[in-house]
Design a protein around this ligand. Structure first.
Ligand SMILES: [Zn+2]
Length: 386
């Protein structure tokens, strides 16, 4: 359906105000112009380029203009949105044909040998050594760049909100996809739900976990969003709406205020964990249902708390200086988790669960006066908290 695209945002007039930093790295970084912006855009399928050494992977060059090589329009929408919000972005520099950055490193579809009916000769029969080389050269550094951006923001006491941009083909296996925008999410609907509502209100045909499901274990958002407890969402755009750079920029201008309203409706970003701890390659084969995994996590937490209760000589300030958290933090985390379940606990009530007694009593019995050295170390380590 035809739809008039809105005019450019004022922030986007004239020269782009984002600073694009292209390095030899397998990713592209857009630095934040608003350092305190909680937004972090990622675009796993931004590029159709291949490093020269890979040629065309034996593919017909014409296929590099199709969705097989990249998510058409997604990169330009991402750059435009990041600039308009003054936010950070991490984009793939190389094509998904090399490694799919939206897959775990152990995913069998990390390197596609066949895509939408086309055999990819340079990937067919690929051996383990070449897969490892590609992970090391392309996949790992890209994810390290996202992790680095998140760590930098956490260091500034920002809870990042990750928005992953993708695009989808209008037709798939003879099915004409009706959606203009797809909002993909797993279990953390904090941002997805308000975005679905706002996009619908703005007149978009919105897919809720369409055309794909957001429940892929070990994909980009599972790793950087779900497992870190950060608010996140994946936005899929239909490719005919973002088919060239000008259309992509106009589309970005059109969806920016919608994203803004979704963020406002979500409220202040906080940490929220919606899945048990992830299995790594060593444990992925261990059969355990989710309830059991949660029970094991609870058992480990109880033992940690029991340990801290027994070792009253271990001072909170030393824990803070060494590890960046202490008994009070554990109590606060417990309190936040309770609040998620609609259970209101006072600060001291939650901390009492960790201390095994009212915090004031523990302090009187066991807390030693902090030395000047300890206090100085605390100030140095936590100056961002002041
Ligand atoms: Zn994609």
């Amino acid at each position: 359906m035809a739809r008039a695209l809105s005019t450019r945002l004022p922030e986007m007039s004239g020269a782009p105000d984002y600073r694009l930093n292209m390095t030899g790295a397998p990713f592209e970084i857009v630095t934040a112009t608003h350092a305190d912006s909680p937004l972090l855009f990622v675009c796993d399928h931004a590029s159709n380029a291949l490093p020269a050494a890979y040629g065309t992977l034996g593919l017909d060059p014409a296929l590099f203009g199709t969705h097989i090589a990249s998510d058409i329009g997604a990169g330009e929408v991402t750059r435009t949105l990041a600039a308009a919000f003054g936010a950070r972005a991490v984009l793939a520099r190389w094509s998904r044909l090399l490694t799919d950055l939206n897959r775990g490193a152990d995913d069998p579809t990390l390197v596609m040998q066949l895509s939408d009916g086309s055999l990819i000769p340079g990937n067919a029969g690929i051996n383990r050594a070449e897969i490892e080389k590609r992970i090391e050269s392309f996949h790992a550094p890209y994810h390290a760049a996202i992790a680095g951006a998140i760590a930098a923001m956490r260091g500034r006491d920002i809870v990042p909100v990750i928005v992953s941009m993708h695009s989808f083909t209008p037709v798939w296996r003879a099915f004409r996809r009706p959606w203009e925008i797809g909002i993909l999410w797993d279990r953390d609907g904090r941002l997805a739900q308000p975005l679905i509502a706002e996009f619908t209100r703005a007149g978009f045909v919105v897919g809720d976990n369409e055309p794909y499901s957001g429940e892929l274990e070990n994909d980009c958002l599972y790793r950087h969003g779900t497992m870190l407890g950060l608010p996140h969402v994946l936005i899929e755009m239909r490719q005919d709406l973002v088919a060239d750079d000008a259309a992509a920029r106009a589309f970005a201008a059109r969806i920016k205020p919608v994203i803004e309203r979704g963020l406002a409706a979500m409220g202040t970003p906080t940490l929220k964990f919606t899945r048990p701890l992830a299995n790594g390659p060593l444990t992925s084969g261990v059969g355990m249902d989710e309830r059991t995994r949660e029970q094991l996590e609870a058992a480990a937490f109880r033992r940690l708390v029991a340990h801290l209760r027994a070792h009253t000589d271990v001072q909170n300030i030393d824990l803070m200086n060494l590890a960046g958290f202490c008994r009070n933090c554990l109590g606060d985390w417990y309190r936040e988790a309770a609040a998620e379940k609609g259970i209101t606990l006072e600060k001291d009530q939650a901390r009492e669960i960790v201390y095994g007694m009212p915090p004031a009593e523990w302090k009187k019995r066991y807390q030693k006066e902090a030395s000047q050295e300890q206090q100085a170390a605390f100030v140095k380590a936590h100056k961002t908290h002041s």
